[in-house]
Design a protein around this ligand. Sequence first.
Ligand SMILES: NC(=O)c1ccc[n+]([C@@H]2O[C@H](COP(=O)([O-])OP(=O)(O)OC[C@H]3O[C@@H](n4cnc5c(N)ncnc54)[C@H](O)[C@@H]3O)[C@@H](O)[C@H]2O)c1
Length: 310
Amino acid sequence: MKKTYLVTGAAGFIGGVLARKLVDQGHTVWTIDNLSTGFKENVPDGVHLIQGGCQEPESIAQLEGKAFDAILHFAGQSSGEISFDDPVYDLRTNTESTLRLIKYGLENGCPRFIYSSSMSVYGDVPNEPIAEDWTPQPLSFYGIGKLASEHYLRIYQSKGLQATSLRLFNVYGEGQNMSNLRQGMVSIFLAQLLKEDKIIVKGSNNRFRDFIEVNDVVDITIKMIDEPRSYGKIYNVGTGKRNTVADLLNIMVRESGLDKEIVYAGVTLGDQKGIYADISLIQKEFDFKPQFSLDQGLKNMIEWAKKTKW
Ligand SMILES: NC(=O)c1ccc[n+]([C@@H]2O[C@H](COP(=O)([O-])OP(=O)(O)OC[C@H]3O[C@@H](n4cnc5c(N)ncnc54)[C@H](O)[C@@H]3O)[C@@H](O)[C@H]2O)c1
């Protein structure tokens, strides 16, 4: 059945891939995007763009009269480091935006809401897979904003909202912004590997992460839309695999055929030492099986990045 969706942030990386898949499936898609990190050209053909911030009443007002089957909230400032530049802006862009969209959905017959939360909510954790019931202790204002959004969703659940929060781990892949060297570990290193004479790593190479390809994230998001079992729940969305920064750089060097000097300098504000996901819950409830190994995903991304102008 053809549906109508609001995918916020469709001028950006994940929202763009999500909106494109929904349009390809024949659905009608609207987006709100303020183009702060996204690009108009990235909005997939056929997606209706409202240019503005999701936290701005004027943007929400432009949704009047539209009937959405679900709101998929992927707009937001996406970097822990950048959240230190202006914490008040971060709160508005990442949390007030959620609150205004929840209110709009409840008042306009669209209780279904999927939220792009983040593994940043967890903060520093032990060297073991982290499950959803781990007590969050965010290290950045970004993580605080994501966690606060999850809690707004939880409270509005009792007022009829049907919300799901997806704690995304490190998402990478084709379409990631390669010109923003403060956002996205994979895209930052890859951009430097392809264009600069050296790769500057802000932090140690034994930090570890759980890298997940964007199509795996988007496919599980679409699968969840019509799944009442996920209402009121939070899921880790990762691969369950632990890779260090050194592993990541080694694969990139191997798959690109390029070898650059790697310089370790300074730290990244609000950075987590290491984290990877326990994905038992999403596996059990949705038979979630990420399709892309890190090797294959990076190989595809490198091929794309070599062909693409940025
Ligand atoms: N990429 C990751 O690894 C990752 C991990 C965890 C969570 N997330 C979350 O997923 C979402 C998408 O991330 P991404 O990697 O695609 O980032 P992105 O920067 O590529 O895309 C975000 C999009 O949202 C837009 N935007 C930002 N603030 C806005 C606002 N207040 N109102 C309207 N538009 C706004 C930007 O212009 C951009 O087009 C973000 O909420 C991010 O926090 C991403």
